[in-house]
Design a binder for this molecule. Structure first.
Ligand code: PGA
Length: 255
């Protein structure tokens, strides 16, 4: 009942020319896919080029990697939800662990951004996940609960349903060491239980929870066939259109 959502998080990579080539190749490979939601998340500088390369194709959507919570004003170097909507962007990744760690984003900051995104009808992809140290200490549940309750504070049921959660264990991001399907499923089930406590069963059952962290074509199917894994947020493997297309197809095959 939840449509899988697979997103390509390009991080600080891809020129305009590379982005256009990627889109051409991906469209040829996956065609007009409708049973999986596909989102490309380029750097700000390539968003317009990706839109142009997609042309009238409606099946692939575009996201941004971050935004500021204010709609406009004196915030040199920042981008707002309104500016992203002006480019017809549909999704925005918020609270990625790289932003939490390298740019000191707290749950409170992430929450401000999440609420601003909803106000502008942008759909947030909210990242949560524990470090290796937190996992070794047995604190996975505690950390996920704090991050979810903090980042999603004051959202109504409709906003929650339109939010995508990305479970990204920090120790699995860019390391080549993915969570096992069992470890990931356990965390996803915990996240869904927490969402249930924060809202109600019907709402929590509609929220899509992506897995992210060293997802690649070889492990994609085993991860995405888990009952609470509703797609993927892909970093490294999303820079190559063929491997990203394989991950998209892995989300579709088990339907
Ligand atoms: P990775 O990154 O696939 O390179 O591990 C995932 C992410 O950071 O979203």
């Amino acid at each position: 009942m939840r449509k899988k959502i697979v997103a390509a998080n390009w991080k600080m990579n891809m020129t305009q020319a590379e982005s256009a080539r990627f889109v051409e190749s991906l469209v040829l490979d996956i065609g007009d896919i409708t049973d999986v939601e596909v989102v490309i998340v380029p750097p700000f500088t390539a968003i317009a080029k990706v839109m142009e390369a997609l042309g009238t194709s409606q099946s692939i959507k575009v996201g941004a990697q971050n935004m500021h919570w204010e709609p406009n004003g004196p915030f040199t170097g920042e981008i707002s939800a309104a500016l992203l909507r002006d480019l017809l962007v549909r999704y925005v990744v918020l609270g990625h662990s790289e932003r939490r760690t390298l740019f000191r984003e707290t749950d409170e900051i992430v929450n401000r951004k999440v609420r601003a995104a909803h106000e502008a009808t942008l759909r947030p992809i909210v990242c949560v996940g524990e470090t290796l140290e937190q996992r070794d200490k047995g604190n996975v549940g505690k950390i996920l609960s704090i991050q979810l309750r903090g980042s999603l504070k004051d959202l109504n049921e409709k906003e929650l349903q339109e939010t995508v959660i990305a479970y990204e264990p920090v120790w699995a991001i860019g390391t080549g060491r993915n969570a096992t399907p069992q470890q990931a499923q356990e965390a996803h089930a915990f996240i869904r239980r927490t969402l249930r406590e924060m809202s109600d069963e019907a709402t929590a059952d509609r929220i899509r929870i992506q897995y992210g962290g060293s997802m690649k074509p070889e492990n994609a199917r085993d991860l995405m066939t888990q009952p609470d894994i509703d797609g993927a947020l892909v970093g490294g493997a999303s820079l190559d259109p063929r491997s990203f297309a394989q991950i998209v197809k892995a989300a579709r095959d088990e339907k």
